[in-house]
Design a protein around this ligand. Structure first.
Ligand code: A2P
Length: 281
């Protein structure tokens, strides 16, 4: 399962509140459709994963919930994240309602982490949406709240209205898009950066430079990319629906990449594999 990182929410007076722990490594299920998703989660839990990252927008919360139930593993041992869909992020009550819908889809009584999937399109919706997230936290629907795809300016603005700052900011991070500025801005509000698409959606895994780095340390290219993200302090959630690759990715935790760290850092290419709302106004 890998290390646990401390999660908390910084309040305006600088205190930490609603503290918990998150496994630094987990399984992402973006683009994992229904039956594939359920099977992937079952394989992952069997292999030792204890952290699953889904979202309402992925349309597979139900399958994640079924797999958790079928695994027979105690709910309290599995860390489950879901996300408030961007076009549902329009206000306080709507946020609470959508959180309850995600819980119903998953068949769970609480989420370990609930994220605003992207900065609400209409800037006037950001404050009331976050207030709805805070109410989800205070009422125990969720154990931690955070954001996803927020840029440094979105995070800074939150200081003006948040009673609890986010515990996490999840955005695309990998050796070809390293984002030291956004990672630092995330840490500056007391949040942990969380790397989605740590494999750049598989689009860079045949990079010859990466292949030669991986060969030097007897690892696979995917393992090198995953371990690099972990070494930066990021929570890291590679997606796979293939049993062997699910196990291969978990094994990255045991890799020593210190001899090739500088070479990996030189892969920076400003390469966005998906979308990037962090630069939106
Ligand atoms: P698959 O699900 O068939 O394994 P990311 O997490 O960056 O979004 O990347 C996900 C993509 O990378 C998926 O296409 C996934 O395919 C592929 N992938 C996941 N793990 C590995 C691996 N160990 N080796 C090669 N490709 C992988």
């Amino acid at each position: 399962m890998g290390p646990l990182l401390p999660l908390s929410h910084t309040t305006p007076d600088g205190a930490k509140s609603y503290e918990s722990e998150i496994p630094q490594f987990g399984l992402g299920v973006f683009l994992a459709n229904g039956p594939d998703c359920k099977q992937a989660v079952l394989w992952a839990l069997d292999a030792g994963y204890r952290h699953i990252d889904t979202a309402r927008a992925y349309d597979n919360e139900r399958q994640v919930g079924e797999a958790i139930l079928e695994s027979g593993i105690d709910r309290s041992e599995i860390f489950v994240t879901s996300k408030l869909r961007r076009f549902h992020a329009v206000g306080h009550e709507e946020t609470i309602h959508r959180c309850k819908e995600s819980l119903e889809n998953l068949g769970l009584e609480y989420l370990d982490l609930f994220l605003v999937h992207a900065p609400p399109k209409d800037p006037y919706h950001r404050k009331p949406t976050w207030q709805g997230m805070e109410e989800c936290l205070e009422t125990g629907l969720v154990r931690a709240i955070g954001v996803s795809n927020y840029g440094a300016h979105h995070l800074d603005h939150m200081r003006s209205y948040a009673r609890y700052l986010p515990s996490v900011n999840q955005f695309e991070v990998h050796p070809w898009l390293q984002r030291p500025g956004l990672r630092a801005a995330t840490e500056a509000i007391g949040a942990i950066p969380e790397a989605y698409s740590p494999l750049a959606r598989g689009k860079k895994l045949d990079d010859p430079v990466l292949s030669s780095i991986a060969k030097k340390i007897g690892a696979s290219p995917a393992q090198v990319a995953i371990k690099w993200c972990l070494e930066q302090g990021c929570i890291t959630i590679p997606k796979s629906t293939n049993k062997n690759r699910i196990e291969e990715n978990l094994a990255a935790l045991n890799l020593d990449i210190s001899p090739v760290m500088a070479e990996i850092s030189s892969l920076e290419d400003n390469f966005v594999s998906g979308w990037d709302p962090t630069a939106e106004p």
